[in-house]
Write a protein that binds this ligand. Structure first.
Ligand code: FEO
Length: 406
């Protein structure tokens, strides 16, 4: 086997990683991928040679080079598409044209989605949970994971090697040459950020899926996700984290995200955070002028409170606050206590508009917001400090109640 640049990496007896490392990507449909990503594809050397997923189209040649380090790509018999999003299926039509596989397998929704992406015949075959596919000497089993995170998403399990190809689940955007969990530290924030920005809206389905997989008694030895590194040493850590994140239990952390026109709203944020701290909770100040919305969401995953500050601009919110709230609304966080504040010059509608949005999101507003006419005076700053303390007291009471009920 060739061992030079763009080699395949052996994962198990019959499986090779043949994906691509993207050191450059910094925007993944609105999610800031500060540390790049990988698009993981896997080659299974069974009697029927099988490719699991492809890559983002720009990286097609890297995929083909890694496959070529093991076998001639035209020897591929089957392609499995676990997920039709273009970071995994974008190169599918071109790869299929080149290797001419006998069949391409996807979930029923995957077949529909791939047709809607490529608008050309691809010899697609639908599979469902529990279906098995013989590769001659090896067997694949399919598990649909609908809405985790697309309607088409599915897992594929290679029975003989115990490899679960888990698509986006258990992955993260993290470019690295390290391919396995025992080769890398400093990954947890990227896993949190990935869950919060991609999987959070579907948290209700996560425990069900983990239970379903556990009930299948699959002899899983390796979890091979579609992004980031492969889990071969400690498979439980990421599964336990997923269970914990799915619960969205309130904690003592309070995210204070704000934007400010001339510094008045920032002064109010400082006073509120000092009140929060003196009340016994941990404020996390996130000035939106220097903080990306996807990092705010990452911090929110294990928070108990969200406090938003915005000056009123042209009778509405500052744009960065509006953008953040639109993003958060789509991610449907739960169990957050909220509060709003901000400065204004003449009409001051922004605070009320954010409260209305929180109401639409089903998030409880702890009390009426604080508005400062222009620059906050001592009285306003003290009111902000006191509101921070009261917010902390109420949050601590909620946490105590939850712990009592646990
Ligand atoms: Fe990594 Fe949902 O695509």
């Amino acid at each position: 086997m060739y061992t030079g640049p763009y080699s395949a990496i052996k994962v198990s007896d019959h499986v090779y990683w043949v994906g691509a490392i993207d050191w450059t990507v910094r925007d993944f449909h609105g999610y800031a991928t500060e540390r790049g990503s990988t698009y993981n594809a896997y080659l299974i050397l069974g009697d029927k040679i099988t490719l699991i997923d492809t890559v983002e189209p720009e990286f097609k040649n890297q995929l083909l080079a890694r496959i070529s380090s093991v076998i001639e790509p035209s020897r591929i018999d089957y392609i499995i598409s676990n997920h039709s999003e273009p970071d995994h299926a974008g190169a599918l039509a071109e790869v299929a044209a080149l290797v001419q596989p006998e069949k391409i397998f996807a979930s029923k929704m995957g077949v529909r989605n791939l047709q809607a992406h490529f608008h050309q015949p691809l010899n697609l075959v639908p599979v469902a949970t529990g279906d098995k596919l013989s590769l001659g000497n090896l067997t694949l089993e399919f598990i649909e994971t609908r809405m985790l995170h697309w309607p088409d998403s599915m897992f594929t399990f290679l029975v003989e090697d115990g490899v679960l190809f888990s698509s986006d689940a258990f992955g993260m955007h993290l470019a690295s040459n390290a391919r396995f969990d025992d080769q890398i530290d400093d990954w947890e924030y990227e896993a949190v950020k990935y869950y919060a920005n991609i999987l959070l809206p579907y948290s209700g389905l996560v425990p069900e899926l983990l239970d379903e997989v556990a009930a299948m008694n699959l002899p899983i030895k390796i979890i091979a996700p579609a992004h980031g590194f492969i889990w071969r040493k400690d498979l439980q850590t990421i599964q336990s984290l997923y269970r914990r994140w799915a619960e969205q239990k309130p904690t003592k952390k309070v995210v204070v995200a704000y934007d400010t026109m001339w510094g008045s709203t920032a002064k109010m944020a400082d006073a509120i955070m000092e009140g929060l701290w003196s009340g016994g909770v941990e404020p996390k100040g996130m000035d939106l002028r220097v903080t990306h919305r996807s990092d705010v969401v990452a911090e929110l995953l294990e928070a108990g409170g969200l406090i938003i500050g915005t000056s009123t601009l042209n009778n509405g919110l500052l744009p960065r606050v509006g953008e953040l709230l639109t993003y958060i609304k789509g991610l449907r966080p739960r169990n957050l206590q909220t509060f709003v504040f901000g400065s204004y010059g003449w009409s001051g509608e922004a605070v009320g508009q954010v409260e209305k949005l929180f109401d639409e999101m089903g998030l409880g507003v702890f009390r009426e917001g604080i508005r400062s006419w222009y620059v906050p005076n001592q009285e306003v700053l003290e009111a902000c400090f006191n509101a921070g303390q009261e917010f902390a007291a109420q949050l601590l009471e909620t946490i105590r109640r939850e712990e009592g009920n646990a």
